[in-house]
Ligand binder design. Sequence first.
Ligand code: PLP
Ligand code: TYF
Length: 394
Amino acid sequence: MLENLIAQPADKILALMAAFKADPRDTKVDLGVGVYKDATGNTPVMRAVKEAERRIVADQTTKAYTGLAGDPAFGAAMRDLVLGDSVAAERVAAVATPGGTGAIRQALELIKMASPDATVWLSNPTWPNHPSIIRYLGMNMAEYRYFDSATRGVDFAGLIEDLGQIKSGDVVLIHGCCHNPTGANLRAEQIAEIITLMQTKGAIPFIDIAYQGFGDGLQEDAQITRQIASAFDNCLIAASCSKNFGIYRERTGILMGIAKDADQQKLTQQTLQFLNRQNYSFPPDHGARVVTTILNDPALRKDWEAELEETRNGMLVLRQQLADELRRLTNSDRFDFLAHHRGMFSLLGTSPDKVEKLRADHGIYMVGDSRMNIAGLNADTVPILAKAIVAAGI
Ligand code: PLP
Ligand code: TYF
């Protein structure tokens, strides 16, 4: 049997992680995989997470199964965090999932069940796992223009033109904040225009929010999601806790399905639980319990928010330092977009051979499409990167 297998395409981001590890140069700089790192290159366990884990270990009396949706308290806490009061709670179905990826997978399975002929529209570019999972599930897929390689902002005219082709029942996947890989984000008035267009066409929004709190702030980063969720009868939201709680390996995420009314919510909830059961029965609990403990305890929550703000502000400082250094070196404002982008990533907008040159000549690792993880920098490596960018003729 196993001789029939054919090699599957590797994840280019994870492959880059391995290449970085294997590089013996001690001057190497990792701007690859989207994991937050502090100035010393460490990915810390957040203070509130440590304390929540201590409490869970001390107080937990059982590790018996939760339920197919996970702990309902996690669902409620995440609904509040992501949606605020933008949508009535009785319209929201929710299941815990293994990470944001699990939520995306379950959302796509739900779409396939409910609407097998629908086309799922993705931004070009997007996170590579989006098209990979859609292709694996044998679903229809199309792209809408997103990135303007001249301004390194959003190509809004191109986006609107492409979304003009969507058909009734099609699904449009939108990054809730901190677009991966570009770092370029939509403004509220642009979202309003997209909403109107999608409503005219009868399309369904699917939001992937994996970096809430990494862009403009915890509430600010939820704005697009809330704006969209409150405007449609149906909406799917895949939220990840990996980044904003720093619990990557715990695999913590949630899929929320917003239904038209309470009856439709019941059916949606039942279906989401069915999908969890088909794939893994009960979702992982530990990370979800950590998140719930933090969100429901005012002191822990305050400390988590403060540390998340430090993280966010640290990345903004690095962005500004890099933009300033490049402004100084090039005597131009060509790289000012780096300070305007938000989240962990910026797409430099250069060719794969220049990215390769940065790796070969300077030991600077970024993804082949020229995505760099800003959190991989520190005050010492900012000038090194700026010099290398100029030396590579970018
Ligand atoms: N969506 C986007 C856009 C991402 O960048 C990520 C990466 O971390 C995820 C979803 C899901 O992450 P995880 O499955 O680790 O929660
Ligand atoms: O884009 C990134 O770097 C993160 C981490 O298969 C990641 O989202 C990368 C690849 C992958 C899963 C997570």
